[in-house]
Design a protein around this ligand. Structure first.
Ligand SMILES: [Zn+2]
Length: 182
């Protein structure tokens, strides 16, 4: 009888030990999952902020790891998206359009108009320093390139055939815009 009680006690202790080991292992795996999640969020765009106004100076090699290939090709390699390919081209959503790379506010939806040119078009930027203007004489044309004033991402070009009151048409690649809806 005594032996039987002894064995039962030992068995219970083993069970308890097993349970403790199991719980600690589960806890460990949860911790490592959390660590993975943290690492994943670290590889996302840490330079995107709609409130921080500081200039963002980041090498293209770093942007290449952060931005999608489509955004990188336009923003950092001055590419042009296919006309009529952006959902923003015909969008009537109300809000503010930001630079998708750095979050800089660029245009308000009430300055957007239907130009029919195939790209989202605006007649006025949100603020004077929001945009950088650079002469662009490539492709046999004399144009003015517009870049993000915060991270220098290529946005598109500005032309002098827009509607009043500015008479300007900011022809912008939709892929480099992020709309923050009102
Ligand atoms: Zn930017």
């Amino acid at each position: 009888m005594l032996v039987s009680i002894f064995v039962t006690t030992i068995m219970s202790m083993y069970k308890l030990l097993f349970l403790v080991l199991f719980i600690s292992q589960t806890a460990c795996s949860q911790t490592s999952n959390k660590a993975n999640t943290k690492n994943n969020s670290m590889s996302k765009n840490i330079y995107y902020s709609t409130t921080n106004k500081e200039k963002v100076v980041v090498p293209d090699s770093v942007w290449k790891q952060i931005l999608s290939p489509e955004v990188y090709a336009v923003a950092r390699q001055k590419g042009t998206e296919r006309p009529f390919s952006s959902p923003f081209e015909t969008s009537k959503e109300v809000g503010t359009y930001h630079c998708v790379a750095c979050g800089n506010p660029l245009f308000k939806s009430d300055t957007k108009f239907d130009s029919g040119c195939g790209w989202p078009s605006f007649f006025d930027p949100i603020a004077k320093g929001a945009i950088i203007y650079t002469p662009d004489n490539t492709h046999g044309m004399t144009r003015t390139e517009v870049q993000c004033g915060k991270c220098k991402a290529h946005l598109g070009h500005v032309f002098e055939d827009g509607p009043p009151p500015t008479g300007l048409r900011y022809c912008i690649n939709g892929v480099v815009l992020a709309l923050e809806k009102k």
